[in-house]
Ligand binder design. Structure first.
Ligand code: NAG
Ligand code: NAG
Ligand code: NAG
Ligand code: NAG
Length: 349
């Protein structure tokens, strides 16, 4: 009876494994009192985040095996990073459950980077060993805005960039917000600033897509320069007019809050032949509809999520807010099969 019960056996094995690890390595997930890791509680957390501009926080549970493995690495990284004034903190989620819930912690350990109270935390995306933690965090501490005095240097940086570049040439009262936005997007875009004192003309905020070579910048024309508005502008304008939906971009399209028009293509040539049309539409509907291509040979099944058949090419608009889907009319299965037959006949003759 006992041996038929998988749960009992599993928990017994886990108990053995758990005690073996603890006994052999004497390794605890909780950092020792005398280490440089700061233990935070629901009470101490807010003030600590307020007082330290950059903090790496580990949300953990004492029983979790990965947390035990991380512990010695985390402790050594904390000692080293202390020299750079970058504190490493730990929050025990079995005790501070409210704080962990507030931060949506779903697995252990969760490593998050905090930059004061105004910005949402970001996930630590490096490897979980001492050297990676040290390097990653030292990089996070570098200025997110590069101040460039010389006009030619600025031009060179823009034309050489392989990612979106956002430039502030001294817009009045924008400095603080610009730095916050730069911190928020530091892993994705380049932020350049010309020191306002050097610029006699009225400052502008502009955004350059890679390959634009200093021409055709998108200029911010809004009146309201609060962080919300700047972030929204960047999130809209940083997208290509006709982009690509894949694993790395899907979330940002879903988060954009505006409908997404998909073009499912089967070959690069097919994508290219529609590129001009969709780029034009993407410009025209900027901020209202995003246009993006999707490689049907990889992600064709996604068509069914949009209530469409896997008949390509395919054009469909998904209104993310209402979850309505609008597709160009498709053929019946029979008609589509006939069409494919026709096509193959054409190739044969
Ligand atoms: C910016 O100001 C500094 C000091 O006033 C000056 O040396 C430099 O040439 C200026 N740069 C430009 C591009 O005007
Ligand atoms: C802009 O803000 C940053 C960060 O807050 C600060 O370090 C810098 O001195 C400011 N620059 C100017 C010109 O005020
Ligand atoms: C960028 O533009 C300049 C002048 O407009 C031109 O000389 C240069 O070749 C261009 N560079 C690229 C990579 O297109
Ligand atoms: C700017 O927008 C914020 C909301 O994002 C609003 O609270 C504020 O009043 C606006 N400021 C101006 C000057 O319109």
């Amino acid at each position: 009876m006992l041996f038929n019960n998988k749960t009992v056996i599993n928990s017994f094995i886990m108990f053995l494994a758990g005690s073996a690890i603890t006994a052999n390595a004497q390794q605890e997930a909780t950092a020792p009192e005398d280490s440089d890791v700061i233990r935070l509680t629901t009470e101490t957390f807010p003030d600590f985040i307020k007082e330290n501009s950059l903090v790496l926080a580990e949300f953990f549970a004492p029983w979790c095996g990965h947390c035990k493995n991380l512990a010695p690495e985390y402790v050594s990284a904390a000692s080293e990073l202390k020299k750079y004034d970058i504190p490493l903190a730990q929050i025990d989620c079995t005790v501070e459950s409210d704080l962990c819930m507030e931060h949506g912690i779903k697995g252990y350990p969760s490593l998050k980077i905090f930059r004061g109270v105004d910005l949402p935390p970001s996930d630590y995306e490096g490897a979980r060993n001492k050297d990676s933690i040290i390097n990653y965090m030292k990089k996070q501490a570098l200025p997110s805005v590069q101040v460039v005095e010389d006009e030619q240097d600025l031009k060179d940086l823009i034309s050489e960039a392989t990612e979106v570049v956002i430039v502030d040439t001294g817009v009045e009262n924008l400095n603080e917000t610009f730095h916050k936005a730069a911190n928020l997007y530091r892993d994705y875009f380049t932020f350049l600033q010309q020191s306002p004192s050097n610029n006699t003309e009225k400052g502008v905020l502009s955004l350059y897509h890679p390959g634009s070579n200093n021409s055709d910048p998108i200029v911010f024309t809004g009146k309201n320069t609060t962080l919300d508005h700047i972030v929204e502008w960047i999130s809209i304008e940083s997208k290509p007019y006709f982009g690509e939906v894949d694993g790395s971009t899907f979330e940002s399209y879903m988060d954009s809050g505006i409908p997404l028009a998909y073009f499912f293509y089967t070959t690069p040539e097919e994508r290219e032949s529609y590129s001009e049309l969709f780029t034009t539409l993407g410009k025209e509907y900027r901020g209202k509809i995003n246009f993006a291509a999707l490689d049907a040979s990889k992600y064709g099944r996604h068509a069914t999520n949009l209530n469409m058949k896997e008949q390509f090419p395919l054009f469909v608009i998904h209104d993310i807010n209402t979850n309505y889907k609008y597709g160009l009319e498709q053929l019946s299965d029979e008609e589509f099969a006939n069409l494919k037959k026709e096509e193959s006949r054409c190739y044969c003759s």
